[in-house]
Design a protein around this ligand. Structure first.
Ligand code: PLP
Length: 359
């Protein structure tokens, strides 16, 4: 069987040269005589792997020295709890923008630890746009504003960074991390599960400004204390070694292609192909407000659930898998992360044209 074009929202496609390198190194990495999966995380074989991964990521994202980079376990969903436990003092307040399911879950989790309010939401409009929030909309005395920068399920993305003044801005970037340059200094915390655009599942990246460390709630599990993780170089316990190694290879691949500016150009090109087609016809409907469209997750529907089903099934037979929308919203979703080639997107557009004609 040939490799297919995999439009999965996550875990998702990884760059083929990275997979091939992993395959070649699988049973014997470098001069180690063993697989990365078999290495002690505290061995001289593994230490350079994690150090290089961090150094390359810092280069790629231009992460300043006053930010810690953590490679953790638990997925982005664990960070829904880590964020309030590290940033929200007892009796404090936290503000949330709910622009989709994941930010909704993040807010619900934070409510367990204190006053976590939804200060803006696009829920009444089925999350087809991103609310606009300014400094004046934040509650007095709030510790942070939490946002989800790209909404994987609905296919929306922030086209602005909320100006929070001195208030810490926290962003879940699980599905857009490394898709384009971002100004890290605008954020106090950025976190992302690896399995959308970085590496296999099992690793969660946290980038946190160092002055925010050391204020963890006393009842917080040690494993969720960012400061402990930072002090131990992400190795308080066993880190997700293999996922870190693969993330490192993805960072190398990105640096080799010229970094995030170049990646962005490609992602603009890919998403434009799809959106231009969607705008040129009226068979498929793209529900998202135009100025909030995601470059990574493109959602569309025919307006008929049976036809949507038929679309996904026939696309699979044509070598394009996982185009079914999220189980909660239906329709179709093409996740076109960094590893998706322009050929894959062209093939999808051709298939859409054909499907529209035939149905
Ligand atoms: C997938 C996803 C999550 C959940 O990630 P897990 O690693 O499965 O916990 C959270 N936020 C966003 C934006 C996502 O896309």
């Amino acid at each position: 069987m040939e490799r297919v074009y995999n439009f999965s929202a996550g875990p998702s496609m990884l760059p083929l040269p990275v997979l091939e390198k992993v395959a070649a190194e699988m049973v014997n990495y470098g001069e180690s005589g063993m697989s990365v999966t078999e290495m002690s995380h505290r061995s001289p074989d593994f230490e350079p792997i994690i150090a290089k991964a961090e150094a390359d990521l810092r280069k790629l994202m231009n992460i300043p020295d006053n930010y810690a980079v953590l490679f953790l376990q638990g997925g982005a969903s664990t960070q829904f709890a880590s964020v309030p436990l590290n940033l929200l003092p007892e009796g404090g307040k936290a503000d949330y923008i709910v622009s989709g399911q994941f930010s909704g879950k993040a807010q619900k989790e934070a409510e367990k630890y204190g006053d976590a309010a939804i200060i803006a939401t696009s829920k009444p409009d089925n999350f087809v746009y991103i609310p606009r929030v300014e400094r004046k909309d934040l509650r007095e005395g709030t510790s942070y504003l939490h946002i989800c920068f790209n909404n994987t399920i609905y296919g929306t993305k922030y086209n602005y960074i909320p100006d929070t003044g001195d208030t810490t801005l926290v962003a879940d970037m699980s599905s857009c991390i490394l898709s384009e340059p971002v100004d890290v200094t605008k954020f106090g915390v950025i976190y992302a599960g690896a399995q959308k655009n970085m590496a296999p599942a099992g690793m969660t990246l946290v980038i946190v400004r160092k002055d925010l460390l050391g204020h963890v709630r006393p009842e917080a599990p040690t494993m969720l204390d960012w400061n402990i993780m930072a002090e131990n170089g992400s190795m308080y316990n066993t880190p997700p070694c293999f996922a870190i190694y693969m993330a490192g290879l993805v960072y190398e691949w990105l640096l080799d292609m010229g970094g995030l500016e170049e990646m962005k150009k490609l992602n603009v090109k890919k998403s434009k192909l799809l959106y231009d087609y969607l705008d040129s016809q009226n068979y498929f409907i793209a529900p998202v407000q135009k100025d909030c469209r995601s470059m990574m997750n493109v959602t569309f529907v025919t307006g008929n659930a049976d036809l949507d089903k038929k679309f996904a099934a026939e696309a699979t037979l044509a070598g394009m898998k996982n185009l079914k929308g999220h189980r909660s919203v239906g329709g179709m979703r093409a996740s076109i992360y960094n590893a998706m080639t322009i050929e894959g997107v062209k093939k999808l557009v051709e298939f859409m044209e054909k499907f529209a004609k035939e149905n």
